[in-house]
Design a protein around this ligand. Structure first.
Ligand code: FES
Length: 107
């Protein structure tokens, strides 16, 4: 298990234990975090699971690359260096305490 804090655009916070091996997106869907839509269910085909990784975690998480980076171009909210698609962020024990912020809208 690893704790993930999801911060909605309006400041609401959800603290969720996400099992190692599951994605940040799955943790959001399983706990009704509103700011993640994840229309394609994690297939890297929609960009509605966009999140911003907290600066303190960027060294461990890293920037989006490859297909994920290309897919982020379809995100409706501003894309920043900390932007990631949460379906591509797989939790590990090392990411215990991860903080992600969610855009105002995924559309
Ligand atoms: Fe569709 Fe992540 S859920 S790209």
């Amino acid at each position: 298990m690893a704790l993930v804090t999801y911060i909605e655009h309006d400041g609401r916070e959800y603290k969720v234990d996400v099992p190692s091996g599951e994605t940040v997106m799955q943790g959001a869907l399983n706990n009704m975090v509103e700011g993640i839509a994840a229309e394609c269910g994690g297939g890297l085909a929609c960009a509605t699971c966009h999140c911003y990784v907290d600066d303190a975690w960027m060294d461990r998480v890293g920037e989006a690359e490859g297909v994920e980076k290309e897919m982020l171009e379809a995100a409706s909210a501003e894309v920043k260096p900390s932007s990631r698609l949460s379906c591509q962020l797989t939790m590990t024990d090392e990411l215990d305490g991860l903080v992600v912020r969610l855009p105002e809208s995924q559309y």
